[in-house]
Write a protein that binds this ligand. Structure first.
Ligand code: ZN
Ligand code: ZN
Length: 137
């Protein structure tokens, strides 16, 4: 449903602004995060959200208070959407992700996080996995 909506939006924006959407380029992903400790979070958006990627695109960050959050990385100051903390850390950063796992990664723009070896908000070990569930394209 989300994907269909986004497609409609893209078609509309293409017509109204003349913006060129390259075919075959993914606009974003929906990811799942899970950990062997039982932590599970679905529907994490990477890339374009519902509003459109030039104004809003999201990438998973670690927030000490809230866990895995999806701030808008197009903002001047990236902050946690829930608690407004500005000390959140993008997954892929060495503080929250294993750097030797980056061969298998999920990328959006300058952001790149490994699929395996990320900081779990529940058990605080580097055992959180991200998996792409759906492509928005
Ligand atoms: Zn927070
Ligand atoms: Zn865990």
């Amino acid at each position: 449903m989300k994907v269909t909506f986004l497609k409609k939006w893209l078609i509309a924006s293409e017509e109204s602004t003349g913006f060129e959407i390259k075919k075959g380029v993914g606009m974003g992903y929906s990811c799942n995060a899970n950990c062997e400790c039982g932590f599970n979070q679905d529907g994490i958006t990477v890339g374009a959200g519902m509003i459109g990627f030039e104004r809003q695109s999201q990438f998973p960050h670690y927030c000490e208070n809230c866990g895995v959050v999806e701030p808008n990385v197009q903002e001047q100051e990236i902050a946690c959407p829930s608690c407004k903390s500005k000390t959140i850390i993008a997954y892929g950063n060495e503080m929250v992700s294993k750097q030797n796992e980056l061969h298998d990664s999920i990328q959006w723009g300058k952001y790149k996080m490994p699929c395996n070896g990320n900081l779990c908000p529940k058990c605080k070990r580097l055992s959180l996995q991200f998996k792409i569930a759906k492509l928005f394209d």
